[in-house]
Design a protein around this ligand. Structure first.
Ligand code: F6R
Length: 368
């Protein structure tokens, strides 16, 4: 049942190319993005003037990424909030607000209550869910299913990647409804997402040295992660995976925040994993990141840099580097997350922990 892998999580990491392809399948039809269940009219979608994304844990990190894409494509303001905070605040919502609830299980108590809170304020709710007929999609006005297949490992992997593309599809559907993107542009973005299955397969073929690196760092008590722009949620996800599986103190930071506090944590030999933006993307982000790496290296950090193969300036400041393929900026998280999943799983294995069943955690959190 584990298909030759020691743990379901490892099998699920390997299934990510299929999870992406299956989640996209059939969603571009006659030049238009289609959802799975839509109990909303096109006018309802066109009238949306604000988006909230609500979720917990890994699904929240997918939500953070959705903000970059949806704002860029639709020019709608997007707020991303932990469901447990959203439901107890008094968020400003009305019938033109779209609340996107992301949940693998579709049963997470806080996310479900966030959905109910939103509906109580007359907001429209769209669910992104991996479980057919679960409570959250049942109570939502529209649904987009992630077709990642059952996820058995407690740590979410393939559902994270599928949630990212599903949330991007919602962005394209809104862009199309609002007319901020023409049909051919939507088709181009869709094709770029489809091409990511192969890019993820390529990364999966290069994980051997990541495993070795993970084994060599498994004794550390603290590992930090930094990123910028879409690399920032990836840093948060890398840290979440490591703490939940390996019980190591792991934190993700926005690289631009280093000087505002976290740089005080840097000491001799501390491993810091850096998610580099694309060298051809926004040059300014790239060069700022290189200076951030220099700053922490000067203070003794051991720098582990995830970057494009030919990114020589990033490699020049890397004590270790993990190559990823060159892909469009918004899609980079689909490839840069993979080594972080493998890293966390390998550190946990090296420490002798059950990768599929980390202590104190449940797959589906149906109580607060
Ligand atoms: C982390 C993880 C959790 C879940 C969170 C939300 O690896 O799996 O953080 O992402 O509990 O669960 P769902 O998506 O079922 O609402």
């Amino acid at each position: 049942e584990k298909g030759g892998y020691d743990f379901f999580m490892l099998k699920e990491i390997a299934e990510q190319p299929a999870a992406l392809a299956d989640t996209l399948l059939g969603h571009l039809d006659g030049g238009r993005i289609v959802l799975d269940e839509q109990r909303l009219t096109d006018d309802d979608l066109r009238d949306v003037d604000k988006v909230f994304v609500v979720a917990c844990g890994t699904a929240y990190n997918a939500g953070l990424l959705a903000k970059y894409a949806i704002e860029h494509w639709t020019r709608l303001p997007v707020e991303v909030e932990l469901a447990s905070e959203f439901r107890y605040r008094d968020p400003v919502l009305d019938r033109s607000t779209l609340v996107v609830a992301i949940s693998q299980s579709g049963e997470t108590a806080d996310t479900l209550e966030a959905v109910r809170h939103a509906k109580g304020q007359k907001a429209r709710v769209l669910a992104i869910c991996n479980t057919n007929g679960a409570q959250i999609p049942r109570e939502s006005d529209a649904v987009l299913y992630t077709h990642a297949g059952p996820e058995i490992g407690v740590a979410s992997t393939k559902c994270f990647l599928a949630q990212i593309v599903a949330a991007y599809l919602v962005g394209l559907a809104l862009a199309q409804a609002r007319g901020t993107k023409y049909t051919d542009e939507v088709a181009r973005e869709f094709a770029a997402m489809e091409a990511m299955s192969d890019a993820v397969t390529e990364v999966l073929g290069t994980m051997e040295p990541v495993g070795e690196l993970a084994r060599s760092l498994a004794h550390h008590d603290t590992i930090l992660f930094i990123g910028r722009h879409v690399g920032y949620p990836v840093a948060l996800e890398g840290a979440l995976k490591l703490k939940e599986l390996a019980y190591i103190h792991a934190e993700g930071f926005a690289a631009g925040e280093l000087k505002h506090g976290p740089i005080a944590l840097i000491e001799d030999g501390l491993p810091v994993i850096i998610v580099m933006p694309s060298a051809d993307g926004r040059a300014i982000l790239h060069s700022k990141m290189v200076s951030n790496i220099r700053e922490i290296q000067a203070r003794g950090a051991r720098t582990i840099v995830i970057c494009e193969e030919d990114d020589l300036s990033a490699r020049s400041v890397a004590d270790h580097f993990i190559p990823i393929p060159k892909v469009p900026t918004l899609l980079q998280p689909l490839v840069s997350t993979v080594p972080l999943q493998v890293f966390a799983a390998t550190v946990a294995q090296e420490r002798g922990y059950d990768v599929d069943k980390p202590r104190n955690l449940a797959k589906s959190v149906t109580v607060e």
